[in-house]
Design a protein around this ligand. Structure first.
Ligand SMILES: [Zn+2]
Ligand SMILES: [Zn+2]
Length: 104
């Protein structure tokens, strides 16, 4: 996630809180690329510094929960990873817990 400063008023708003950005405001830019049903999907979004901070606090809390070893992995999901040498082609890699991210 790249930290940027708006050089002019931005058309996009914060994806979390819908805050708009004026000239000189700090924002964070993220580009996401993935493949779904054979189509390559790329999108970009921006978040404000406050939402980024809140998200980080939440993931910090989540990290502590995981480290405490209390997760019983109630929800699992198959994780797809990019095939080596291919940019967007993916194959199923392993199953992991949606909550703590452990391989199960
Ligand atoms: Zn925000
Ligand atoms: Zn788990």
């Amino acid at each position: 996630m790249n930290r940027k400063i708006a050089s002019r008023k931005l058309k996009s708003r914060c994806i979390c809180c819908n805050k708009s950005f004026g000239k000189g405001d700090v924002y964070y830019h993220k580009r996401v690329v993935f493949q779904e049903f054979g189509e390559i999907i790329a999108y970009e979004y921006i978040v404000c510094a406050r939402c980024k901070y809140v998200n980080e606090r939440q993931s910090e809390r989540q990290k502590r929960f995981i480290e405490s070893g209390k997760c019983h992995h109630p929800i699992t999901d198959v994780i797809w990873t990019t095939i080596a040498g291919e940019d967007y082609v993916k194959e199923p890699s392993h199953t992991e817990c949606c909550i703590c991210g452990k391989h199960v």
